[in-house]
Structure formats: structure tokens, C-alpha cells
Design a protein around this ligand. Sequence first.
Ligand code: CP
Ligand code: NVA
Length: 306
Amino acid sequence: MMESLSRNFINLHELEKAKLTEILSLGEKMKANRNSFQDILDNKSFILLFDKPSTRTRISFELAISELGGSCVFLDMGTSQLGRGESIKDTAKVLSRYVDGLIIRNANHQELIEFSEHSSISIINALTNESHPCQIMADLMTLKECFGSIEDLNIAWIGDGNNVANTWIQASTLFNFKLNMAIPSEYMPSQTILDMAKQKKSNINISQNIDDVIKDANCIVTDTWFSMNDDENEKSEKIRILNEYQVNSDLLEKAPVDAIFLHCLPAHRGQEVTDDVIDCDKSFVYQQAENRLHIQKAILRHCITG
Ligand code: CP
Ligand code: NVA
């Protein structure tokens, strides 16, 4: 029987580049041999504890666990006793006695940290207001498939400075690829994450000059202008300000001819991206979504069996 561990997967910067590279390579192997890893999570069980909607993350984790021989239960935070005010501490301590890992999607990153402080099992971040590490691992896997390696790439992020943007900053800091970001000054990424990137002398530039940001890009990335954790009262103003940051065919034409397009999905077609971009042959969004399944298997293996 394999050794059992309880490692967390909360933010990319908590792992070494070598470990992330190993996880990426394993994800590639698992994709190439989908049926060859069926006992990795034998006798292991998980709870997906979500307080936000999900299609890709929920289904890819449920399938990943099942294909690796484990089992999982989905628990909606709102209809659990957490929704009636039971403490995170009590919940974490009880659930730690049932399963080997909690895969959590919640609005408040600090609450995820609180879960990890009171749990004796693996905690995996399935998206918070701060970050989305499993997503960016799938994105890095997709870049490796398209370009062979990550380190020398020039990635252009266009749009909101949200949780996904924060995680791209962490990835760029670790892998040292060039990350040029076009983000309005009102919607900048986390200052704490930017400060950490600066300390590590990362290769990141943020401006409001979109043409400049994409002119040498190998890959153009965007995400919704209105995230699940955003304030509904600020929606119309935010969309108004981000309107000029739309990834459309006029913009794509200003990028190098072999640049690709990525989006974590769900897309708001006609807002951050137009149909002619997301549906064109430079768009790898469905491959990117598929890779969630494969890379999450590798993340689960890292957390549970090392
Ligand atoms: N990209 C992503 O996390 O999608 P879901 O919200 O559907 O899980
Ligand atoms: N930034 C988006 C990502 C969705 C996968 C959100 O948090 O809603």
C-alpha cells in the first residue's frame, strides 16, 4: 500500500517550481494513459465542500477521484450546518475524521486557511476570492502541450485583476515566464501577491496599454469581468470600465500570428471575449478545460500519496 500523506494545495507559491513541474509531467502521463492509474486513491475519500456554482471544477474532481479508485461526496456549504452558523473549526475537525481530503470552493480565502488550520487532512483550493491554483495548473499544462515549455513564453493577461489573474502572477513568479497584464487601475490584482512577486524579481508588467501588452504575446488570456465573489452593486460600473479590454478579432490581429487564446471558462461571450475569438482555431479553451481532469489527478496524488 502507498504511503498516505495530507498535503495541502492552497496557493501555487507554497510549492517549489520542481514540485509543480513534477505534477505537470504526471498530469501529462495521466492524460496519455487515462486508465493506468486506477488504484492511486484506493480506500481514499474526499468531500467537495462548495459554496459557489461550478461545472468544470466539480465534475473534473469527481471524475478524477473516481478514475483513481477513490470516492467523494459533494456537500453544498449553504445547506450544511455551516450555512446555519456551525464553526469552521468544528466542521473541519469532524470532517477530518471521515475523509482524507477536503476540496473547497468558497468566497473567503481566509476561511479556507481556517479550514486548513483545524483539519488533519489535505485541503485543496477549488477557487477562492484570492486564487484558483488548480485552474492555472491546467493552463500551464495546456501551454506545455502547445509550446513544449513554459519558461520562455510571453503571456498577455487582458481584463480584470481577479483571482485567476492573481494565480497567473504566482505562476509567472515561479516559472519566470514573461507576464504582461493589461488591467484597469481600478481593478488591480492583490497587492500582497504583487509585492511577493516583486520580492522574487519576477518578470511581470502591468499597464493600461493593451496593444503594447499583446504585441509580443505567445498566449492571450482573459476571464470574466464579473467574478462570483464580486459585489453585484458594482457590476454595471465594472463592466463599463472593462469594456475596452475585450478580446476581439481586432485585438487578436495585433498579436503575433501564432499566438493562442486561453480562458478558464465560463465565458461571457460578447463581454470579455467575442465569439469569433473563442471559436477560432487559435482558441484552446476546451483542451484547457479537459486538462482540469488530468492535472487534478496529479494534484490529488501529490496531496495524498506524494
Ligand atoms: N474554470 C472553472 O473553475 O470553472 P467552473 O466554475 O465551472 O468550475
Ligand atoms: N474569476 C472567476 C473564475 C471562474 C472559474 C470567478 O471567480 O468567478
